[in-house]
Design a protein around this ligand. Sequence first.
Ligand SMILES: Cc1ncc(COP(=O)(O)O)c(C=O)c1O
Length: 379
Amino acid sequence: METTQRRVPVRVPAFRPFLTRAESGAVQEAVESGWLGTGIYTRLFEERLTRSLGAPHAHAVSSGTAALHLALQSLGAGGGEVLTTAVTNVATNHAILYNRAKPVFCEVDPETGLIDPAEIERRRTRRTQAVVVVHLGQACDMDAVRRAAGRVPVVEDACACLPGAGASRGRRLGTLGDAACFSFGRFKGLTTIEGGAVVHARPALAERLLRLRRMGLAEKDGELVRSPEGLSELGWHYRLGDLPAALGLAQLERLPALRERLATIERRYRAGLRSLAWLERIPAAPGSEGVLGSLRVRLRGGGRDALRRHLAARGIGLNDPLYPSHRYRLYRPFGRGLPASDRFCAETLELPFYPGLADREVDLVLETLADFRRRHHGT
Ligand SMILES: Cc1ncc(COP(=O)(O)O)c(C=O)c1O
């Protein structure tokens, strides 16, 4: 039986893939095609993604981190300053360092944990080359972000979101900035095991992104350009092969069902959490719509870690809590006081939330949460 480190039987895993015969069939077909490189399945996956998001261009890459790296490079962020937040997966900030740019941490809204647009305006200077905003559990207020960013390009880090699942004021995530990045990692609602995509609406970016994910090598009429002009900018080995793309393609076909399942799970949690008033839901950001792919709750006053231990000891699997990036030694030179970011990371936890989660497992999580309160406060 699956166990946690302390050999507690797992009753609700932190994540479970939600794959069907459609995915097995698609992978088998790709295996039998005899081609594992970036080919027809990758192209179909990209086409299907553009249709799902309503965005003109999607380029599949090897991870969400690679997507962020290339999005920033292709938008010309190298060497300058990039505004972002410390309340994220550290990959968001690494992508800035990969571009030899300086991360400038903006404070987050104390309630939602999302970038505070007023901070973007405050910290924007002549050196600012890009802004990376993170849709963490819900959409950032993209109208306010764009207003605050002025002419500076905005990258949406949508790596924590199921594609097509969320919107800001009626417009889909992934279409609201100059480029958007998705992750299809192992623990995502839509997975290619490792993978990601850059999505955008600028034809001029497409050629450069394709070149950068292919080591920087230029292509003409389907052939690599074998002349000095064939390589003028350092690129990366970031392509996504046909096999993972076939897996992703089969899931894209099921995207409405995946979204619906997440929405059902969210409703069940929401109904159950109503009777656990001591545990706060993260309030909705202005204009945020849809259920994106993660569900956080907040326990103020220092009990969060005790609650995590209580859940883990009863077999409820949890993702690692957020840790504010500016606290890591690597990011200390860029860090400064960010009390709202610190507090949000210290007081929140992510509940199991993925399309493969069964209703009875949601109920078990809710019961275990209620049990924590009874033990500690007798209510
Ligand atoms: C907000 C955020 N950004 C970036 C990433 C990096 O994506 P990947 O793990 O596919 O490189 C993740 C991954 O979980 C994420 O949640």
